[in-house]
Design a protein around this ligand. Structure first.
Ligand SMILES: *[C@@H]1O[C@H](CO)[C@@H](O)[C@H](O)[C@H]1NC(C)=O
Ligand SMILES: *[C@@H]1O[C@H](CO)[C@@H](O)[C@H](O)[C@H]1NC(C)=O
Ligand SMILES: *[C@@H]1O[C@H](CO)[C@@H](O)[C@H](O)[C@H]1NC(C)=O
Ligand SMILES: *[C@@H]1O[C@H](CO)[C@@H](O)[C@H](O)[C@H]1NC(C)=O
Length: 322
């Protein structure tokens, strides 16, 4: 190889640094073995074996018997990725689509590289950018999605929960560490529900009985007025005692006093959350209605006797009156 190999002849005017770095590059090539191509001297018709041009360049002048190949840098928006003997660099024709963004701009050695926008990943089977999957409730993000891979979810390990589709599994709140009592144990789908309510076995009995009027006791009213914390504990506890979607639907309709629709989803956790949200909503409306009492009446109307007995073992006093 001679100096002629590295004499640059460019269609555009490359900035000096390009020429300089190419010269440096070429000099380092002198000792390496560049790929070759076969060519015929245009005049002597002699068969020649000549050196190819390095990536980022293309042929400016093919070799002759006396002169090696002359290369030129690719002009902007053109590239060559490999050693070549092309007489033109390739146009950067990779256009990023609407769901893509430019990962690497076009330069002399490679075409523009696109990747899926944030929130999307490339699905090789459809060759489309698809939105990152949400993790189902009860499982958390084990590995966030990337432009190349979907979100990886993993079931929440014991002692943790995830109630949102984008979050990590969070450890259950330790109620006693907060000076509270555990009311409803956490599960993979919801946190532990703590309460400050002290459910005394003997306390308050007098008040309950005095509330009796016309043979009917009104314990819940007292509870609501005097211990909102206990009412909340009661509601929290009660909602999570029902596990069958059918019974949850019945309860939901008894509470909301609507006719049951023909169809509905069968997701127990979603239903619990919906009932919980409904109860929270009516709890915050300042009326005479006691939510705990509404709930007990709804239990009665839907004949949730097993739940009632479970409630009465914990909230004995309140239940005695019903
Ligand atoms: C083009 O960009 C790549 C990285 O994206 C880099 O490795 C390469 O050196 C660049 N080529 C030139 C000629 O600047
Ligand atoms: C909860 O906190 C208490 C007091 O800080 C501690 O003794 C107990 O081990 C904790 N429980 C768990 C499951 O971490
Ligand atoms: C998820 O759990 C946290 C902690 O208990 C709670 O503050 C938040 O409201 C819950 N979010 C939903 C959507 O249920
Ligand atoms: C339960 O009993 C404790 C101690 O006897 C008392 O301090 C507390 O106020 C009682 N709680 C209720 C809700 O009556």
């Amino acid at each position: 190889m001679t100096d002629a190999f590295c004499k640059q002849k460019s269609c555009g005017k490359p900035p000096t640094w390009v020429v300089f770095s190419l010269l440096v590059f070429c000099n380092t090539l002198l000792s390496s073995s560049a790929p070759t191509y076969e060519w015929q001297d245009p005049i002597t018709k002699e068969r020649l074996v000549c050196q190819q041009c390095p990536p980022g360049t293309c042929v400016a002048q093919y070799c002759t018997k006396d002169k090696p190949t002359q290369c030129q840098p690719c002009p902007s928006l053109y590239y060559t990725q490999y050693w070549n003997y092309l007489d033109n660099c390739l146009y950067c024709n990779n256009i990023c689509s609407g769901l893509e963004e430019e990962a690497l701009p076009c330069n002399a050695t490679h075409d523009r590289v696109c990747q899926c926008k944030p929130g999307y990943y490339f699905d090789p089977s459809s060759e489309f950018c698809l939105p990152h999957s949400a993790c189902p409730l009860g499982s958390g993000v084990a590995q966030p999605g990337t432009p190349h891979e979907d979100t990886k979810c993993a079931a929440c390990p014991p002692g943790t929960f995830s109630n949102s589709s984008t979050g990590l599994c969070q450890p259950h709140t330790n109620c006693s560490a907060h000076g509270l009592k555990l009311n409803v144990p956490g599960n993979p789908f919801h946190d532990s529900l703590c309460t400050a309510c002290q459910l005394n076995q003997t306390d308050g009995t007098q008040e309950w009985l005095e509330e009796a009027s016309g043979g009917q006791l009104q314990p819940v009213r007292l509870l609501t007025e005097e211990s909102p914390e206990c009412e909340l504990a009661f509601i929290d506890f009660a909602v999570y005692q029902i596990n069958s979607p059918k019974k949850l639907w019945a309860l939901k309709h008894a509470l909301e006093q609507e006719a049951a629709p023909k169809e509905g989803h069968n997701n127990q956790l979603m239903l619990q959350a919906e009932i919980y949200a409904y109860l929270t909503r009516i709890r915050n409306i300042p009326t005479q209605v006691s939510v705990a009492k509404e709930l007990l009446l709804a239990f009665q109307r839907t004949q949730q006797n097993r739940v009632k007995s479970r409630l009465s073992s914990k909230f004995r006093k309140w239940m005695r009156a019903l």
